[in-house]
Write a protein that binds this ligand. Structure first.
Ligand code: ADP
Ligand code: MG
Ligand code: MG
Length: 902
């Protein structure tokens, strides 16, 4: 920091001095404005104040030394270049002051246009525009409005009301019907509003306007909605924003002027061809805010062919240069095209895959790069179900499919109501005319978003796509009445609480709840869609990239599955074995009675009889799974939860016994059960009699399970299949525990397996911190380790996982103690370190020790990268996460430069 405070530290960069790789310093907008400037594209001249200046300002509450002078110098050279001066009464230079952080945060921070106008220069501006008073006063009223709202916190509605009043007086809905006199009157009204709220006159000094606007942009970094957005998107809080000061160009100079936004491909589907919205005679914010309905960009060809052609040329050039989909903002001033922004555009999950595939075809990127550009979260999103539409369901309206997915829920009209109902566990659809940044909370809470105005680039659309939330925008058949809490469509009234369904792919809106069906991507994984023979760009792209990921990855991917059906599905999804087959469900249902007999057994004979009755049932379960997993390893975990979980709850049992006694019935058996439940009650069951401890305390229990596994494997071998069982002992903390279980198991396996050729491995879970720290010893008795990262996190942090997430994690997240729950994504520094230590020491003691992970983390993208780095052999996750883990395991390789990081 010290260096930054010296006078020479460079805080301001001319556009010609930057480039696209300086996003940290210049923010995305500034870096890309510089890049376009250096490509020779028509960018209005300007300069960027760095994020470092913002960080310094936010840390100290004042502009860092040297900043003011550097701004002065850059402003002077801008004035020289433009031949105009800021605030000149005859020919004023006007600038915009625009935020722009490293990561795009659409609409989250502030922008002020037309800085430099005052009571004198507004006249000069009009003269320069050919006595266009209307334009000049329109620009001035916009300055007061934006400056008032952004810089001085004047409530925006007041300005809106004043504007509505004038429009009402003229009996019009259209801004364009207001003439110069109306707008001059509006400026007076705005000034009064400004004075009323700030206690001062609207500042007439252009340099003061500029400095206050810059400061407001700095401060907007910490505005509530920006903070919320960053948390949602996991953007670090300390980056700060850059500030761009850009010479104004005017899209509101008349019908031959206008402004628009465009994508070089469709950001929703990835389809080739340009996509955009254009609005004639307007300043840029009108488009993004969805205030007036835009026309499709293609119509610009009729309006101004030369600009249109130039724009297409520039878009092609940008794609070529960035080798990716770009989105742009542009303005046409009297037939002259200006580029105001570009960036590699946000896109839907489907578009991400499709575009990555297209760019490979076009030779712009290779398959490694394509793999890098998609991610597991997107793939997971593509696996969501879609609406199943039969004739019953007719859409009542059609808007723009702004962000795909299928969402049903109760209609709500305000952000607050959305939050309220979501907190009660209800699905809601937030319906608005258009959204604005204040709706963010409601958008997060809602299942889907429906607006009656605005295009694919409206606030609702951009933000929803970023969140992966279903959104239909611009459904203009819908008449939204927020105060009355209802909308009207096709003659029907839909009230708050009524259920609607929206399809973010087709843009269709349905009344009632539409049933859903599996996505195409899931059908492809299931093997019912053949990518070589169907015309589906998404499925083909997914197939191609998944195939590449499989070729690249080092980690194997297994699944957690307890039944034959789950195992079969996971295998179709690409699982290369079972990493965790829990055996506890085999003790539920009608088998509870056997467990009760086991627990109530008065002597060895009764106990053995109960176990003997369980044996064939268990064996049949394993046969089913081994058959499905023919040829692949299956890790079976011996019973883990405390046995009393299989008994009826204490209170219920006590009541039953009391009632039966009252009636004079024979309750000997119930009383015995009640006594057993009382005896087995634990204060901390998670830390009690469970896992290996059970096996050591209840004679014959593990032996029965081991026998069932071995017999099932032998039965499969006789059918000509290959069963590869791996017996896993849970909750081991000391090698002696494992040795004891192992000795008995080996004896049984030898006896059962005979010369059938079946091989059974014996290993352990590493889920107690002590096991991780004594892994070298434990490896002597284990042929494999499987990290149970759920328990390891629970015991590593001392967090009861059933309690803490609801109880206080929100506060920990708020305080930044962690950025994400350690149960969701592995805590690399702590729990991850235990994994690392155990891996290294285990392998040192037993080279070739097989290492895997079977906690929820096995399907979490970030955690998969960590497990790759640590050098595990496989991850295991739920069937639906298997494709995600395959993809991320491939990405982990290309992102570490293709090296084997073990
Ligand atoms: P955001 O980050 O919210 O998109 P921007 O800084 O891009 O905010 O500004 C919003 C809109 O204002 C832009 O779309 C653009 O059309 C318009 N705008 C910004 N600077 C200028 C300028 N110098 N001349 C004309 N219009 C501008
Ligand atoms: Mg912008
Ligand atoms: Mg466990």
């Amino acid at each position: 920091m010290a260096a930054q405070e010296t006078v020479d530290h460079k805080y301001v960069y001319d556009f010609s001095e930057g480039n696209k790789d300086l996003k940290d310093l210049l923010g995305g907008k500034g870096a890309n404005l510089a890049e376009m400037t250096n490509l020779g594209l028509p960018v209005p001249p300007g300069f960027t104040i760095t994020t470092e200046a913002c960080q310094a300002y936010l840390a100290t509450g004042r502009e860092p030394d040297g900043l003011a002078g550097q701004i002065e110098a850059h402003l002077e050279s801008l004035e020289r270049a433009m031949g105009k001066r800021l605030g000149d009464p005859q020919d004023p230079l006007l600038v915009s002051v625009r935020s722009g952080a490293k990561f795009s945060m659409p609409g989250m921070m502030e922008t002020v246009l037309n800085v430099g106008l005052n009571d004198q220069s507004v006249v000069g501006l009009s003269a320069q525009a050919g006595q266009n008073d209307r334009f000049a006063w329109d620009s001035y009223r916009r300055l007061i409005q934006m400056f008032g709202k952004t810089v001085c916190e004047v409530p925006g509605e007041e300005f809106e009301h004043a504007l509505d009043e004038i429009k009402n007086a003229k009996r019009t809905h259209n801004d364009l019907d207001l003439d110069a006199d109306d707008l001059r009157g509006l400026v007076d009204a705005y000034k009064k509003i400004f004075l009323k709220h700030t206690g001062r006159e609207f500042p007439q000094q252009p340099r003061e306007q500029l400095d206050l606007a810059i400061r407001a942009v700095f401060e907007s970094w910490n505005a509530e909605r920006a903070v919320l957005y960053r948390r949602q998107e996991r953007i670090p809080a300390d980056l700060g924003t850059a500030v761009n000061v850009v010479t104004m160009v005017f899209g509101n100079l008349g019908p031959d002027s206008g402004t628009g936004v465009a994508f070089t491909r469709d950001p929703a589907s990835g389809a080739q061809g340009i996509y955009g919205d254009y609005l004639a005679n307007a300043q840029g914010e009108d488009v993004v805010a969805g205030i007036r309905n835009t026309v499709p960009l293609q119509e610009l060809e009729q309006l101004d062919k030369a600009s249109y052609d130039e724009l297409l040329g520039i878009m092609a050039r940008l794609e070529e240069h960035y080798k990716d989909l770009c989105d742009i903002e542009f303005t046409i001033e009297r037939g002259k095209l200006w580029m105001l922004q570009t960036r590699v555009g946000k896109r839907t999950a489907a578009a991400a895959f499709v575009i990555a595939g297209q760019l490979v075809d076009e030779g712009l990127i290779d398959l490694d790069e394509a793999l890098h550009r998609v991610n597991g979260a997107q793939l997971a999103q593509l696996m969501f179900p879609r609406f199943q539409l039969d004739h019953e369901f007719q859409p009542v309206a059609k808007g723009i499919g702004a962000s795909p997915g299928a969402a049903s829920g109760a209609v709500v009209f305000t952000s607050a109501r959305a939050v309220e109902l979501a907190a009660e566990g209800k699905s809601v659809i937030l319906v608005r005319r258009e959204t604005n940044p204040d709706d963010l909370n409601g958008m997060i809470a809602a299942q889907g978003i429906l607006t009656s105005r605005g295009g694919k680039t409206s606030h609702a659309a951009v933000v929803a796509r970023g969140m992966g939330k279903t959104c239909v925008s611009g459904a203009d058949e819908i008449e939204v009445n927020v105060p009355a809490k209802r909308f009207v469509v096709a003659g029907q009234t839909v009230n708050e609480g009524d259920v609607v369904s929206i399809d973010g792919t087709t843009g269709k809106v349905y009344l009632g709840e539409v049933p859903v069906m599996p996505s195409e991507v899931v059908q492809y994984f299931e093997g019912s869609l053949d990518p070589e023979h169907i015309d589906n760009a998404l499925v083909r792209a997914v197939h191609r990239i998944m195939t590449h990921a499989d070729g690249r990855r080092r980690l194997a991917v297994r699944t957690n599955a307890d039944t034959g059906a789950d195992a079969a599905r996971a295998r179709r999804f690409g699982a290369e074995g079972i990493g965790l087959c829990r055996t506890e469900h085999m003790f539920l249902g009608d088998r509870r009675e056997l467990v009760e007999r086991l627990i109530l057994a008065r002597d060895a004979d009764e106990r053995e009889a109960a176990l003997e009755a369980l044996l064939p049932l268990q064996r049949a379960d394993f046969v089913e799974i081994f058959r499905e997993m023919d040829g692949l390893p299956v890790t079976v975990r011996l019973i883990d939860p405390p046995l009393h979980e299989f008994l009826p709850p204490l209170e219920q049992l006590a009541v039953n016994v009391a009632v039966a006694q009252e009636r004079g019935e024979d309750v000997a058996k119930e009383e015995a059960l009640l006594a057993a439940v009382r005896r087995m009650h634990e204060e901390n069951p998670m830390l009690g009699l469970r896992g290996v401890r059970l096996g050591l305390v209840i004679p014959g229990l593990f032996a029965m399970q081991v026998r069932a596994i071995a017999e099932a494997a032998v039965a499969c071998a006789r059918e000509g299949r290959v069963a590869k069982p791996e017996i896993m002992v849970p909750l081991v903390g000391a090698v002696q525990e494992l040795e004891t279980v192992r000795a008995e198991a080996e004896r049984i396996i030898a006896e059962v397996v005979g010369d059938s050729g079946v091989e059974v491995l014996i290993g352990t879970m590493i889920e107690v911190p002590r096991a991780a720290l004594t892994a070298g010893q434990i490896a002597e008795a284990a042929e494999f380790f499987s990290f149970g990262t759920n328990d390891l996190t629970q015991m590593g942090w001392g967090f009861s996982r059933d309690d803490v997430e609801g109880a206080f994690f929100w506060r920990y997240l708020e305080l930044g103690i962690f950025g994400i729950s350690p149960f969701e994504s592995i805590d690399r520094d702590g729990v991850g370190r235990l994994v690392r230590i155990a891996s290294e020491e285990g392998r040192a003691a037993r080279p070739g020790l097989k290492l895997g992970v079977c906690g929820e983390h096995g399907g979490d993208p970030d955690s998969v990268h960590f497990f790759h780095e640590v050098g595990l052999d496989y991850v295991s996750c739920s069937p639906f996460r298997v494709p995600v883990a395959r993809l991320e395991a491939g990405r982990a390789v290309v992102e570490t430069g293709g090296s084997d990081s073990r």
